[in-house]
Design a binder for this molecule. Structure first.
Ligand SMILES: [Zn+2]
Ligand SMILES: [Zn+2]
Length: 283
């Protein structure tokens, strides 16, 4: 179904220097009718880098907001876009975890929507080694050379760094150089998580953009504004066996950020909680 072009002929400013427009622009332009304009006149590394030259001073969401503010300052428009990712271990399991956010802000309409992807689909990894066979095994697992690598002598904190490794010749050269610079003959090798150097991450940014669109295309029943978003979820869905309240969602509340209209939705995940989620039946 063709969707209403809610940003028809409007400019959407995206601050990026890592080619994120490749996945963000086609989706947003086709659906919303807006024009994504890339603003690359600012070094977004100042908001933090994955390879630790500069720590990210703010949270993921706050950093995305800073990028939007900077983009709209450099390229005057009403609507700004930013993408911000994070990588680390899953909070409960020993697997790598990626959270991607694509944030949209419409200053004039007072709308802010955040599209999110989170999942284990990432090559995020690091190794400390002096053995080139291990370097090759790591590269294979990281889906090199389509996915680029970063290498340092000694440790992850070394200020000596080889970036943009994207061929086996360069990998070997980097290894020889880093070993020669190391006091113990070891290199620290890691996956490059910048979007243009990591097709898997680019795909996840695309998924977050799809989520952003899904959230944008819910309209306020009162004033018709887009992004009629869930602002609160309330637990307590009754258990199917004992009818006591569970941790599952009983109702969610949507709020229009333009006119303030509020709507309650009962039972977004079904009307009874399976007993396996009940603290009484299945403690
Ligand atoms: Zn409204
Ligand atoms: Zn129960």
């Amino acid at each position: 179904m063709r969707k209403r072009p809610i940003f028809k002929d409007q400019t959407l400013v995206l601050l990026t220097k890592h080619q994120k427009e490749r996945v963000i622009a086609p989706l947003l332009e086709q659906t919303t009718g807006g024009k994504v304009v890339v603003e690359s006149g600012f070094d977004t590394d100042q908001f933090g880098t994955f390879s630790r030259e500069r720590a990210r001073p703010e949270s993921q969401l706050a950093t995305a907001r800073l990028k939007i503010a900077k983009g709209l300052e450099l390229c005057p428009a009403d609507i700004g876009l930013a993408s911000e990712g994070s990588f680390g271990p899953h909070p409960l399991m020993p697997i790598p975890w990626n959270i991607e956010m694509v944030l949209l802000k419409d200053k004039k309409e007072n709308i802010e929507v955040c599209g999110i992807y989170q999942g284990a689909e990432t090559n995020f990894n690091q190794i400390l080694t002096g053995d080139y066979d291990q370097v090759l095994a790591f590269a294979g697992k990281a889906r090199f050379p389509e996915h680029h690598l970063i290498m340092r002598p000694d440790s992850k904190l070394s200020t000596k760094i080889v970036k943009d490794i994207s061929s086996y010749d360069h990998l070997k050269q980097a290894f020889n150089w880093c070993v020669s610079q190391s006091s113990v003959g070891q290199v620290f090798l890691e996956t490059d998580m910048r979007a243009h150097a990591n097709p898997t991450r680019m795909k996840n940014i695309e998924k977050a953009t799809e989520d952003l669109l899904a959230k944008l295309y819910v309209f306020c029943p009162d004033c018709g504004a887009p992004a009629f978003a869930v602002s609160q979820r309330i637990q307590g869905l009754p258990c199917e066996l004992c009818a006591l309240p569970s941790k599952m969602i009983l109702k969610q509340i949507r709020k229009c950020s333009k006119c303030g209209f509020i709507q309650e939705e009962l039972h977004p995940d079904g009307s009874k909680a399976p007993a396996k989620y009940c603290d009484f039946c299945n403690p």
